[in-house]
Write a protein that binds this ligand. Structure first.
Ligand code: PHB
Length: 409
């Protein structure tokens, strides 16, 4: 038989929307589509357990929180966990040149952000999809997308027994993270990749200790950047700038705390220390793939763009993509109207590029380059001092950090 399909398929599922990736981007999309009356199938090669235990960033823009609340993620009368277990932060601190300066979001832009880890957002979404009878297939093996050029894209995967399954979507969404198989399946010459690498990374860890500060502290120092973040009253999240090839095992608890202190004490911060766990090096990258549409395939979230973590834009940007994509898909599926899909890429990329700039700005303003001259450090301190002395400057930062107002994209 001259047929490249496997001899036997254990299942074949037709669906209006097939989503590769069951992280927050894929699940928010599936949830919003469900609310609009559009069924979808989600596949992810990771297990639910694996996604819910991978430590990720923890800051939600107010628009992200609003979307979770307004779209009925918590509609079963269960607690609105993001409000009850999350922490509202009405500002952040910038620490530099021996002092600390608070940027008051509430005062500047009448908005706040929420400290609520991405793993909890995922847990809430996975629960909501399960509650609403969503078809979410975690832990599949060898997921592939094929036949992107024609009218019938296909998702293929194997189950734990090695049996082959197929999903036949009218529209395919790649929400499968920064190593996206969907993005890689875009035919040569049809998409453009642009980005940059950074000569530093973050050493991130959790610690069982009380909070050292009520809000996040972004600390610039001649010894490098450090970020003091939180999780709960008894668990804190911290980061310090390190080499991208840093070996985590070379860092004892004592050495980690000594380094954190060196970078925060110069700015008058007293750290509360405790046992360290979940240490890992996070590499930095800025990356955009465009356009976000290739025929019947749409890309969303990290599959299409990556930002460095300074400013915690990654998850928020994925949600912003999906907020534009969901109604466009609903129009295409329910009303045969593809005008929303035709403009999806352009509309979503507008915010993506704002966030690229914001993340780059925060990153370059706060990190010291390896081997930087005293001039460079003093200039950065002057940039931060200029910001701290200017309501206009701080408003710009507050708008970006809390999520640009007045825009649905
Ligand atoms: C975090 O708490 O994990 C976090 C907070 C702010 C960032 C990045 C990460 O900019």
């Amino acid at each position: 038989m001259a047929d490249d399909r496997p001899a036997a398929l254990a299942s074949s599922t037709r669906t209006p929307v097939g989503i590769v990736g069951g992280g927050p981007a894929g699940l928010v999309l599936s949830h919003l589509l469900h609310r609009a009356g559009v069924p979808s199938v989600v596949v992810d090669s990771r297990s639910r357990e694996e996604i819910s235990t991978t430590v990720r960033a923890g800051i939600l823009e107010h628009g992200t929180v609003q979307l979770l609340l307004d779209s009925g993620v918590y509609s079963d009368g269960a607690s609105r966990r993001v409000l009850e277990e999350g922490y509202e932060h009405e500002g952040v601190e910038l620490a530099f040149g021996g002092r600390r300066h608070r940027v008051d979001f509430h005062d500047l832009v009448a908005a706040s952000v929420w400290l609520y880890p991405q793993t909890e957002v995922f847990a809430d979404l996975a629960h909501a999809r399960e509650r609403d009878g969503g078809d979410v297939r975690f832990g599949v093996q060898d997921a592939r997308v094929v036949d992107l050029e024609g009218d019938q894209p296909r998702i293929l995967y194997r189950d734990a027994e090695g049996l082959e399954h197929e999903v036949l979507p009218d529209f395919l969404v790649g929400a499968d993270g920064s190593r996206s198989a969907c993005r890689r399946a875009v035919p040569e010459g049809q998409g453009q990749n642009t980005g940059r690498e950074y000569p530093f990374a973050w050493f991130g860890f959790l610690t069982d200790a009380p909070a050292s500060a009520p809000e996040l502290v972004y600390s610039h120092s001649p010894h490098g950047f450090a970020l003091v973040s939180q999780r709960t009253d008894t668990v804190q999240r911290m980061y310090f700038q390190c080499d991208p090839d840093e070996d985590v095992t070379a860092w004892s608890e004592d050495r980690i705390w000594e380094e954190m202190r060196r970078r925060t004490a110069v700015n008058g911060l007293e750290l509360k220390t405790g046992p360290v766990r979940d240490a890992a090096v996070l590499r930095f990258r800025s990356f955009v793939h465009a356009p976000l549409r290739h025929g019947r395939m749409l890309l969303a979230g990290d599959a299409a763009h990556t930002v460095p973590p300074t400013g915690a834009k990654g998850l928020n940007l994925a949600v912003a993509d999906v907020r534009v994509l969901a109604p466009a898909l609903a129009d295409a599926v329910l009303r045969d109207d593809t005008t929303g899909l035709d403009t999806y890429s352009e509309r979503a990329l507008e915010r993506v590029w704002k966030a690229q700039h914001f993340s780059y700005w925060m990153t370059t303003m706060l990190h010291t380059l390896p081997g930087s001259a005293p001039f460079d450090v003093r200039r950065q301190e002057a940039e931060l001092a200029t910001l701290a002395a200017s309501r206009a400057g701080q408003t710009l930062l507050a708008e970006g950090y809390t999520g640009w107002p007045g825009s649905q994209v």
